[in-house]
Each structure stands twice: as C-alpha cells, then as structure tokens.
Design a protein around this ligand. Structure first.
Ligand SMILES: *Cc1c(COP(=O)(O)O)cnc(C)c1O
Length: 382
C-alpha cells in the first residue's frame, strides 16, 4: 500500500498549518532567549508572548491579563478544577462541584482526585443526544457549590452544550463557571462575556496549532490558586520557562481560525454530511449525538455486530485513520463513557466509529472513507 493515509481523526489532534509553523520558526532560531532575560533575544521572546496573549484575549472578548498559558488542555482543566476547588474550600468551606457524565477524562479524573480529597461531585446525566440543560444545573446548585464545569462541545459525539444559558444560571447563583472548550475553540465563535464564562480551557493542537500548548482563561480578579511553584512566570501563578514558539504558534492558529472559521466550518460540514449520508446506507447503522447541535466536522456512528477495535484496524489497513470513542479510551475494551451516558446499548457502543474531518480533508477523502467503511463493515459482519 503506497497511498498516503487519509487522516480523519481531527478531534484527536490536527496537523500544524504552514502559517503556524512559519510563525514559530524564528522563536527557535533567532529569538531563543529566555523571556525573563533582559537582553535582546530574551526581550523579543517576552514581547512575542505578550503579543500572543493580547491576540488570544481579543478573540474571546477577554483582557490579556485573563490569559494564563499552560502546557495543554489537560493542564488547564486540572488547574481550573483543583485550583478553584481547593481555594474555595479553604476560604469559604465550599466542597461541592457540578459537572456532567460526558466530560473528557481531564475533567472526570480531576473530579475523582478531588473526591479522594473529600469533595462531593454531582455528575449530571445527559439526554440521548448528549445535552445537559441549564435547568438541571440550576437544580443541582447548593449553598456549598464551589464550581460548575460543563464542556462546550463533546469530543466523541460533537454535541454542543447550551453554554450561555448555563453560564447565566451560574452567574445568577453566584457560582463560578468553567468550561472545557478544547473541542469548540477555533471552531465555534466564543465570547466569554456573552457566555458568562469565568474560566475556560483551550488547547492549540485541536485547531492546527502545535501540541503541548494551551491556555486557561480566568476572569480578572479571580486569580486561580498557583498551580506550579517556581519562578514568576504568568504573574506568579504558573511557573516554568514559557514555551515561546508554542505560544506564538497557538496565537497564529487561533487568529487564522477566527478569520477562516465560517468558511472552514462550512467545508467540514459539507464533507461530514456527505460521509454520513453514504454510511447511513449501511444496514442497521445509527448516528450518535445531536444532529442539530453538533460540531461541523464530527460524525459518530454505530454499526451493530461489528467490533470497534477491529473496524479501526481494518480501516488502518485501507489507509483510513479514524477513532472509536476518544483516543484516550481506545486501547481499553470498556465502551466509551459518553456513549453509555447517552444510553446506547453495549453492542451499539461497542461497534462505534468516530470520523472527524478537518480543513485539509477533501471530497475525494470523503468518497474513499465511505467506500472503505462500507467494505470493512461488510467483511467484519460476513
Ligand atoms: C483533547 C481534549 C482535551 C485535552 O487536551 P490536551 O491538550 O490534549 O491535553 C481536553 N478536553 C477535550 C474536550 C479534548 O478534546
């Protein structure tokens, strides 16, 4: 097999774009100084970080001092949850957190760690499309609730949550609201003021930026508890020499995404819908998630009678790279917690396939994917 694989796992990560790579290179080659240093190569690096902070803040309707750079989305999630929970327990005796059953493991496992520290967590159920309502959040809020964390959009099925409504409920109740926007950022327009978001996690590699770079938006005066002790970077809240090139690359990717958003979303939606239509011809197939409120590039389908892992192996042999459930959960034989939470029977959850198209996919890719999946499902069922 000599053809280049067709990459259809853009929810797991995305390729770095030319413009992002070009923006990053000078910060490896020329401006390699430590941003804390006073000489020119350091000052240039420092200036680049502050420019990136401003660009990112402008795009989400925040101030530059509300942006804290992190090493990834997972770090931002851990910081938001653990930092806030521990701080509010110490200062106000609050020990309750509200989240959902379909969060990424960065959130769910952080919550489990907090449970071991004595926090109480409410995991809200979702409906069969993967939606949670603001009313559910409202009813779950208690006097000792420290934080609500609901993801902006789900990484497995693409369902978009009613974030502005949830944010409003939290603001009215005086409870902090965090959202894991790792799947949504760079794809959906997000304004932290309009959505009443107090904290938000974002990761560059999900929107054609580099891996290993993310940020936590934290509304001013909120001051998250210091997460990494050490130097004075990130206003003393997150020590460690900054990933200068990564930060520059993330800002470039975020800017490119903001400029191209509508066009790329339309492109992805067209390809996704085309693939969905093709694969719906497979007998007994089913689309999972919310077809009215869904990320434009995400398609999650079940093919009962087929084992998800075997499906992925066979597709890989045909040169199609996709996923079943989240990349973090694959390798384990447990069906995805998201598919279980939307009420799929075990056999449907087990035979699931996630195809996530990105801005570099083409109509030829879509045609090939349909053909390959149809052949593989027929073979595996036969
Ligand atoms: C990818 C992802 C993360 C983790 O981000 P990393 O930068 O890979 O650590 C967190 N939440 C969601 C919803 C994701 O899709």
């Amino acid at each position: 097999m000599t053809r280049k694989p067709i990459y259809a796992d853009n929810a797991a990560t995305t390729p770095v774009s030319e413009s992002v790579l070009n923006a990053m290179l000078p910060y490896y080659k020329e401006f390699y100084g430590n941003p804390s240093a006073i000489y020119k190569t350091g000052r240039e690096a420092h200036q680049a970080i502050e420019n990136a902070r401003k660009k990112i803040a402008d795009i989400i309707g925040a101030g530059p001092m509300d942006i804290y750079f992190t090493s990834c989305g997972t770090e931002a999630d851990n910081w938001a949850l653990k930092g806030t929970a521990r701080k509010l327990r110490a200062s106000e005796g609050k020990k309750h957190i509200i989240t959902t059953k379909i969060e990424h493991h960065a959130i769910l496992h952080s919550c489990e760690a907090l449970e071991r520290e004595g926090f109480e967590i409410t995991y809200l159920p979702v409906d069969e499309k993967g939606r949670v309502t603001a009313q559910q959040v409202k009813e779950a809020i208690r006097p000792d609730t420290a934080l609500v964390s609901v993801m902006y959009a789900n990484n497995e099925i693409g369902t978009i949550e009613p974030i502005a409504e949830i944010g409003k409920v939290c603001r009215e109740a005086g409870v902090l609201f965090h959202t894991d926007a790792v799947q949504a950022a760079g794809i959906l327009p997000i304004n932290v003021e309009e959505d009443c978001i107090d904290m938000m996690s974002v990761s560059a590699h999900k929107f054609n930026g580099p891996k290993g770079t993310g940020f936590l938006y934290c509304r001013r005066n909120l001051h998250p508890e210091t997460f990494m002790d050490g130097g004075a970077q990130e206003r003393g809240h997150r020590a460690g020499t900054e990933n200068v090139a990564g930060i520059v690359g993330m800002a470039q990717a975020f800017e490119d995404a903001a400029a191209g958003k509508a066009e790329w979303a339309e492109h992805e939606r067209k390809l996704r819908d085309y693939i969905q239509k093709g694969l719906e011809e497979i007998p007994d197939s089913q689309v999972n998630g919310d077809q009215d409120n869904r990320l434009p590039g995400t398609l999650n389908m079940s093919f009962p009678g087929v084992d998800g892992q075997s499906l992925l192996f066979s597709l890989d042999l045909k040169g199609v790279e996709a996923s079943s459930g989240s990349a973090c959960a694959s390798g384990s034989l447990d069906p995805s917690h998201v598919l279980m939470a939307i009420g799929l029977p075990y056999t449907m959850a087990h035979g699931s396939l996630r195809i996530t198209v990105g801005r570099y996919n083409t109509m030829e890719d879509a045609e090939y994917i349909i053909k390959a999946v149809k052949e593989v499902v027929a073979e595996l069922r036969g």
